[in-house]
Design a protein around this ligand. Structure first.
Ligand code: ADP
Ligand code: AMP
Length: 214
């Protein structure tokens, strides 16, 4: 099962991708998480990615495509994966399609988590992410048991630099310009499924199970 999660930043792709990964036993592959891990480790890739991420811009396709193709070539991805945050541009989607076609393979579903822009600012300003394990919460909608502390590993929860209000507007316009065209791209391929992402996270997941099967 190979799945792509589409949707604006803050729509809930990561939240749902983690639930899909748990239920269906496929790895959750997030290019944003890979970049953040590199930033934390202080690698050259991390330094370069950070300069774009902090401005709310996309990391250039050349860098992003390579790390994604390397990741999905790993053993644990052989039976499928759920991609969260990739592709974000038409060229990225085309490279992925070509790489899969060379293996006689293809993406099964592109799930668009649909959330209007008005809700996005609230989602991102309330998001808190664990500095250690990457788990995400929302201060109002999906709060941790103890404020500021990760339920899963006990480490500190922070507001991501790129979730600060001054960056969110830029990220939304980048989404509309560069990523939203993928909805049409996958619709034409006949694999697009659109779900209402404004519902409670459990109801959003129930809609995804309807699509993927029990
Ligand atoms: P994305 O991966 O699309 O950027 P996230 O999954 O990190 O988005 O979700 C963004 C924020 O919204 C997080 O704080 C998350 O806890 C919260 N969130 C996710 N799904 C829902 C939902 N269905 N209802 C309310 N808040 C949600
Ligand atoms: P995310 O965690 O998916 O919200 O991604 C955080 C940031 O990482 C984005 O705003 C981009 O700067 C960068 N990024 C993640 N995935 C990609 C991608 N597929 N293409 C380009 N940039 C990306």
């Amino acid at each position: 099962m190979k799945i792509i999660m589409l949707g604006a930043p803050g729509a809930g792709k990561g939240t749902q991708a983690k639930m899909i990964a748990d239920k269906y036993g496929v790895p959750h592959v997030s290019t944003g998480d890979i970049f953040r891990a590199n930033i934390k480790e202080g690698t050259e890739l991390g330094k370069e990615a950070k300069s774009y991420m902090d401005q709310g811009l996309l990391v250039p396709d050349e860098l992003t495509v390579k790390i994604l193709l390397d990741r999905v070539a790993k053993e644990d991805c052989m039976n499928g994966y759920v991609l969260d945050g990739f592709p974000r541009t038409i060229p990225q989607a085309e490279v992925l399609e070509k790489a899969l076609a060379e293996l006689g393979d293809n993406i099964d579903y592109a799930i668009d988590v649909d959330v209007p822009d008005e809700n996005i600012v609230n989602r991102m300003s309330g998001r808190r992410a664990c500095t250690e394990c990457g788990a995400t919460y929302h201060i109002v909608h999906i709060p941790p048991k103890t404020e500021g502390v990760c339920d899963k590993c006990g480490k500190e929860l922070v507001l991501r630099d790129d979730d600060k209000p001054e960056t969110v507007g830029r990220r939304l316009s980048v989404y509309h310009e560069q990523t939203q065209p993928l909805i049409d791209f996958y619709s034409k391929k006949g694999i697009l499924k659109t779900i209402d992402g404004t519902a409670d996270m459990r109801d959003v997941f129930a809609a995804i199970i309807q699509i993927l099967g029990e």
